[in-house]
Design a protein around this ligand. Structure first.
Ligand SMILES: C[S@@+](CC[C@H](N)C(=O)[O-])C[C@H]1O[C@@H](n2cnc3c(N)ncnc32)[C@H](O)[C@@H]1O
Length: 278
């Protein structure tokens, strides 16, 4: 069974994952993805059997996304509780419960309840968007076209079973410490420089990007030897941080067809770039 990304996510690489992984080595023994989001690149690697059995995989993200990957790879009890909660809501009328889910996700919950509310809201909010106010409270409106909850539990079971073939570590420490240094392949898809940068209440600043650039260059140095890949928006500011003297442009994607005469489509499509080191 081909796995699919388990939830909708802003900045998802679902449409480009095949093109991105073409640049990766064909056999990967250890892999690090510190901004994993909905995991489209990780899942493409699993589907293509590019990660060897037993490979170590380090994942990281923040907020509910990180909690999601923790539950997917953590104790069976939390995962089973998540499935029971999700099954309870299958077919539920969204309009009747949306506000309840919003107020509950803003409370302190057990990890499985938190992830359950996240997945319910992801199915039913506008574009599956995750946006929080200055206090860190979720504040996205309901999408009126999403009327009932779908059953995503078979997909989650399949993903958990696939992940069980590997040694997965979801980092609980600072993003730039831990596994990122040891991996054969590191793929980073951080928030875009200068465009959309706030997935949580804190922005991912230019200084964060500069720090990431420095860290990744260390990872790709002869001493560490990782193959490093990074996606970001295809704009001048990106190249000011991820400097062309160090980074190679491997692929440009997400662009409007240059012969398209439809100005509206051209405007909507943002170009992205895949950069590489090592
Ligand atoms: C462009 S998205 C990644 C999308 C992912 N490649 C996918 O296909 O779904 C950027 C990710 O960075 C995460 N992020 C933002 N700031 C972060 C931080 N300080 N630490 C860890 N993750 C962060 C966001 O939550 C988001 O999932």
């Amino acid at each position: 069974m081909q796995l699919k990304p388990p939830f909708r996510w802003c900045g998802s690489k679902r449409r480009f994952a095949k093109r991105i992984v073409e640049h990766f080595p064909s056999e990967i023994h250890s892999y690090s993805e510190p901004f994993v989001g909905g995991g489209s690149v990780l899942i493409e690697l699993i589907n293509q059997e590019r990660l060897v059995q037993g490979a170590t995989i380090w994942l990281n993200d923040q907020g509910p996304v990180k909690a999601f990957w923790e539950v997917m790879t953590g104790p069976a009890e939390d995962f089973d509780d998540l499935l029971v909660s999700l099954e309870h809501w299958v077919g539920a009328p969204v309009q009747a419960y949306y506000h309840e889910w919003v107020s509950e996700i803003n409370m302190v919950l057990d990890i499985d309840d938190y992830v359950c509310r996240f997945l319910l809201l992801n199915q039913t909010s506008f574009s599956g968007m995750w946006r929080v106010n200055a206090k860190g409270e979720f504040n996205v409106s309901r999408d009126p076209s999403k009327t009932v909850i779908r059953d995503i539990t078979p997909q989650l079971r399949a993903l958990r079973a696939a992940l069980a073939e590997f040694n997965v570590v979801v980092d609980d420490c600072d993003l730039f410490e831990g596994g990122i240094y040891g991996a054969d392949v590191i793929y980073c898809d951080p928030p875009y420089v200068e465009t959309f940068s706030s997935y949580g209440k804190d922005k991912f600043t230019l200084d964060n990007h500069r720090f990431l650039d420095e860290t990744l260059r260390t990872c790709a140095s002869e001493a560490c030897g990782s193959k490093v890949f990074l996606s970001n928006s295809d704009c001048l500011k990106t190249f000011e941080v991820y400097h062309p003297a160090a980074w190679t442009v491997l692929e440009r994607y997400g662009r409007a067809n240059s012969i398209s005469s439809d100005a509206k489509t051209r405007k909507q499509q943002r170009g992205e770039v895949l950069l590489g080191l090592g």
